[in-house]
Write a protein that binds this ligand. Structure first.
Ligand code: GLC
Ligand code: CA
Length: 535
């Protein structure tokens, strides 16, 4: 059923945050051999691809998003041989593997930057973004750093210029206008594709290109105290510049040198802006649709989002959806445990490629991290605004033994585990027929077995307040999904052609399979169902 060369259309992607998945060598930090030990689980769950967040050499100031060598593996995570073994092992199971590609910046410990800052005439000077001070000696313009809302410009005493860092000051920005830098960065894509990687998730891609005129950003008049300090300015000249599409085409052209490779672009933009990053099918295969993160969790809002996104997609573009990642608070915390099941059904039944964040399938929630254990540089730079990302990066909960078997009992994990791991974990959830994990696995199976769910068209349906209902249609296979976003029971009169011929294929509460319906569907509070037509 998969389209030729397009595994990523029918596949379910699973994001592994490598630090937190499985420790194999007793240092309390997850690693590549650890992922290897858990492949049986991922195969059982039924995912088609894993995306492993950065595992390259790094001082770990931003937990691997500050790369000091793009073509090796950090010893914390293992070796290049471990990565080769992982690639081979996932492929042997028919699973694809996606890595991160971080084009906008490197670590300040990267040999390129060490050279670049050595002198003004160093051949790599222009690989990074260096500027003279403003006439008053201050920073060249008013651009603000994403992490602390202070200037993006860091003064370099030795060479008398400022360098730009959109994220932490230990993450100097690269200058893609420089042809040598560009060629070198594009070769890194080839390095990983040659090693057998199936796709790359391109980090902060809409920030790869900076305004060549370095114009000031306009002030954001809606900003007030208590808001993310980096939002004081509207990011007119620091993100999503028109020239970024050229950058997209550069990376896409490299992917197209190979068969069946896929690029995801990390973008946090409006729907109208996101869809421009498909280009003429010459930019990203999947520009990240972060719509669910920014849409209030109620049926009408979600209905509006999905319809708007679907109708904005250019001809031939394939959609994608996500409810969790390493930068966002856990979905189960955001919408609550009961609605998290509805959200999982939504994610896995919308048209398009879903990405599941590790642990969401068992209902892991945010973990409160005490002040003296905070590790995320964002929380450290802009404290107490709820921006910190530690809560959603805690170790995977495998079973009820000490440290949830993420690491050995006597080892202390790099980040504390959730207190609830004795109840919420893979082993106990697998045994429970009604668990979140059983639900996730069952929807993935149904999706795989049902063409309408994996590749069918999407049409939204009229439904009473609080219910979001839609149809997936492939040839004459009709599937209906009805999701109750409220805690109250609701009744929905079925669309005409479904009356008297509908069966429940799956309920989020996993107890109504096979139930035949008459004219209407009674949904319990917080319940979602998938309906098929009986033949
Ligand atoms: C992306 C990553 C995030 C990181 C940032 C800087 O947004 O997802 O974790 O901090 O880029 O590289
Ligand atoms: Ca380890």
């Amino acid at each position: 059923m998969a389209y030729k060369n397009e595994w990523w259309k029918t596949g379910v992607i699973y994001q592994v945050y490598p630090r937190s998945f499985q420790d194999s060598n007793g240092d309390g930090i997850g690693d590549l051999p650890g992922i290897m030990q858990r492949l049986d689980y991922l195969q059982w769950l039924g995912v088609d691809a894993i995306w492993v967040s950065p595992c390259f050499p790094s001082p770990m100031v931003d937990f691997g998003y500050d790369i000091s060598d793009h073509t090796d593996i950090d010893p914390i995570f293992g070796t290049l041989a471990d990565m080769d073994a992982l690639i081979e092992a996932v492929h042997a199971r028919g699973i694809k593997i996606i890595l991160d590609y971080v084009p906008a910046h490197t670590s300040d410990q990267h040999p390129w930057f060490i050279e670049s800052r050595a002198s003004r005439d160093n051949p790599k000077r222009d690989w990074y973004v260096w500027r003279d001070p403003a006439p008053d000696g201050g920073p060249p313009n008013n651009w603000l750093c994403r992490f602390d809302g202070e200037t993006v410009w860091e003064w370099d005493e030795k060479t008398g210029q400022y360098y730009m860092h959109y994220f932490f000051k230990a993450q100097p920005d690269l200058n893609w206008h420089n042809p040598e830098l560009r060629a070198t960065m594009l070769n890194i894509l080839r390095f990983w594709f040659d090693r057998g990687i199936d796709g790359l998730r391109v980090d902060a891609c809409y920030r790869a290109i900076k305004d060549p005129l370095f114009r000031d950003n306009p002030p954001n008049h809606d900003w007030h105290d208590g808001m993310d300090p980096s939002l004081k300015m509207i990011e007119k000249y620091t993100k999503n510049l028109p020239a970024v599409h050229q950058f997209n085409r550069w990376v896409r052209a490299v992917a197209d040198e190979y068969d069946e490779r896929m690029l995801i672009g990390e973008l946090y933009l409006s729907t109208e802006q996101v869809v421009t990053h498909y280009g003429q099918n010459d930019e990203f295969h999947l520009p990240l649709n972060s719509g669910i993160f920014s849409t209030p969790w109620y049926a009408e809002a979600m209905h509006g989002l999905v319809d708007h996104y679907e109708s904005s997609l250019p001809e031939g573009a394939w959609p994608n959806w996500v409810i969790g990642n390493h930068d966002k608070h856990r979905f189960a915390t955001h919408v609550g445990k009961a609605q998290a099941r509805v959200g999982m059904m939504l994610l896995l039944t919308l048209r398009g490629t879903p990405t599941l964040y590790y642990g969401d399938e068992i209902g892991m929630a945010d973990v409160e991290i005490p002040l003296d254990e905070i590790q995320d540089p964002w929380e450290k730079s802009a404290p107490n605004l709820g921006l910190g990302r530690d809560p959603e990066r805690t170790p995977m909960q495998w079973d009820s033994s000490p440290n949830a078997s993420f690491c050995q009992a006597e080892v202390s994990p790099w980040m504390r585990l959730s207190d609830d791991y004795k109840q919420v974990n893979v082993a106990s959830s697998r045994d429970k027929p009604y668990s979140m994990l059983s639900l996730t696995q069952a929807i993935i199976q149904l999706r795989r077995a049902t063409a309408a769910l994996s590749i069918g068209d999407y049409y939204s349906l009229y439904a009473p307040e609080g219910i979001f209902a839609y149809r997936r249609l492939q040839d004459d296979e009709h599937i209906i999904i009805a999701l109750n976003f409220t805690p109250y029971p609701k009744t929905w009169i079925l669309p005409v052609e479904m009356r008297g011929v509908s069966t429940i294929l799956l309920s989020t509460l996993l107890d109504r399979q096979g139930e035949k319906l008459g004219e209407s569907l009674d949904l319990r509070g917080d319940e979602g169902v998938i309906l098929g037509r009986c033949s």
